[in-house]
Design a protein around this ligand. Structure first.
Ligand SMILES: [Zn+2]
Length: 523
């Protein structure tokens, strides 16, 4: 390798990566870089946090479960055996390393090198087939250290809260175990909270998914489910259990938004039909989903939760590979459903009875940016700053261009200054670098505006906005008991309510109980 080429590679991910001018650099380094992280939506494994998992090698922590990388590898002609198949971990890593140079201009190219830089400190080489062995050895040596466990990585990033995504029938045993450990004085102080994600509880279009779920719901709730009332009562009990276990958010994955007319007898008939193993008509499916969305949204409001709606993907498009590999393997894409009217109707139904909870709306198709950017304005009511949120660029839009488009739409149509900012939405503990990516992108956007005279060229003034969007707004918006001043001590106890109510999953010692009571008061 020539000297110049080597130098170029050394400086690709440097401290001013993505920051185009002095304003952007000042904003990022002075105001954004060191802020803590509130990861209010992700798909990390609560078990891996609870047991403080250590990772055997880079493939285990970086490639397993990463459908973004699998899609790129398949597009690059890599066989399934090396993506999700039975190849060994070193072979899979080699196949990924050889794919990376083919990812130029795909966000994976940036994420990959940012993730090698933080937390591994590998910034002197670009990943390709020839550097794979050295990077494999360097990263694996670090993964063998305690500081690179699941919790160790979260601490490096100063993650104050992590909200996992959980099914209402989950035991939440890992959340409760960690809460009990923290109540007893654990050195790991990040809050880990569950999120209520009841997608299967309205999947009546798939009786083979819905019915086993309802059966299990009956078992875990202790409710004998025979009709819609007992079904709702069972979900209400689980909602209560989630709340007692620290849950403060719900989340719904929707292909589109449902707001059909229905009557009580319609819903009863649809429920009975599906429980008998029959598929409902498209109209009945929409009616049942409309009903459940409203009922669960009312529960969220009553408990003071924040509700999230991830709208628009079409899933499992490749039926051959879905049949052999299952869901979440990289065969989902952007849908083109239009849902402005039903979304308006759904939100208005809740607002009319003053039961509209704080709400975050995420779209997967950028054509809906202006729809959501204006929709949230219809239901801001002055009760909470930024009550209605247009969520950050998500999934296929979780990259520089997608983030910029979301930030621009929100700026033009609402208040960027009240935005709760970035989430991780990840399945890997290495993905916290997405917050760095978002913060650099935000500072670049603002820095350019300052240089162009579109914003006041006042770093201290714009820096306040940066701190709000990158941390303080989230600390104030979510009911987590966080202090908006990141330098102040934070409340670490999540399960206080559950444990104080005498319903621990694992029995805490009496000393732990006393600490919970004290901590709960502080929070
Ligand atoms: Zn998600």
């Amino acid at each position: 390798m020539g000297k110049n080429k080597h130098k170029q590679r050394e400086t690709f991910i440097n401290e001013d990566f993505l920051l185009p001018n002095k304003q952007a650099r000042k904003l990022y380094h002075r105001f954004a870089a060191d802020l803590p992280i509130v990861d209010y939506h992700c798909h990390l494994s609560p078990e891996e946090v609870a047991v403080d998992k250590r990772y055997a090698n880079l493939t285990k922590i970086w490639l397993d479960g990463d459908h973004y990388k699998w899609r790129a590898m398949r597009a690059n002609g890599v066989s399934e055996r090396l993506c999700t198949g039975d190849a060994d971990d070193r072979e899979k890593f080699q196949a990924w390393a050889e794919t990376v140079p083919k990812c130029l201009r795909n966000p994976l190219y940036h994420w990959t090198h940012l993730e090698l830089n933080r937390p591994f400190g590998i910034s002197d080489r670009l990943l390709d087939g020839s550097t794979a062995q050295g990077i494999w050895d360097d990263a694996n040596a670090q993964l063998a250290q305690p500081a690179f466990s699941a919790r160790g990585i979260m601490q490096k990033w100063d993650v104050r809260v992590v909200c996992t995504t959980d099914d209402p029938i989950d035991s939440l045993e890992h959340h409760r175990a960690l809460a009990a450990e923290q109540a007893a004085g654990s050195a790991f102080t990040c809050q880990m909270r569950p999120t209520w994600r009841p997608d299967k509880g309205m999947a009546v279009d798939m009786p083979d998914v819905f019915n086993p779920w309802v059966n299990r719901l009956g078992e875990v709730s202790g409710v004998y489910i025979t009709d819609v009332d007992s079904f709702l009562e069972a979900t209400r009990r689980r909602h209560e259990f989630f709340h007692d276990s620290g849950c403060r958010l719900s989340d719904h994955g929707l292909e589109t938004v449902y707001a059909s007319d229905y009557g009580a007898h319609d819903i009863e008939a649809i429920f009975a039909k599906v429980r008998n193993g029959q598929r409902p008509s498209a109209e009945e499916d929409a009616q049942f989903k409309s009903f459940m969305l409203v009922e669960w949204a009312k529960m969220d409001h009553a408990k003071g939760w924040v509700q999230q709606f991830h709208i628009g993907p079409i899933r499992n498009n490749n039926s051959r590979l879905f049949a052999t590999l299952g869901a979440d393997k990289g065969f989902d894409s952007i849908g083109d459903a239009s849902y402005a009217k039903p979304l308006s109707r759904f939100l208005d139904t809740l607002d009319r009875s003053d039961q509209l909870a704080r709400t975050i709306l995420y779209n997967i198709n950028p054509k809906e940016n202006a729809v959501l950017g204006t929709m949230i304005g219809n239901f801001q009511d002055g009760s909470v700053a930024g009550k209605m949120q247009f969520g950050s660029g998500w999934w296929f839009l979780d990259q520089k261009d997608g983030m910029q488009q979301q930030l621009n739409a929100l700026s033009n149509l609402g208040l960027l200054s009240r935005f709760v900012g970035m989430l991780t939405d990840s399945r890997s503990f290495l993905s916290y670098v997405r917050h760095e990516y978002f913060r650099r992108t935000l500072c670049a956007l603002l820095g350019r505006d300052m240089a162009d005279g579109v914003l006041p060229d006042d770093v201290d003034m714009i820096g306040e906005l940066v701190m709000d969007v990158c941390y303080r707004n989230a600390a104030n918006y979510f009911p987590f008991g966080l202090n908006a001043d990141p330098k102040q001590p934070q409340c670490a106890v999540v399960g206080a309510t559950a444990i104080a109510a005498g319903k621990p999953a694992a029995k805490p010692k009496s000393a732990a109980k006393a600490k919970v009571t004290r901590a709960a008061r502080i929070c």
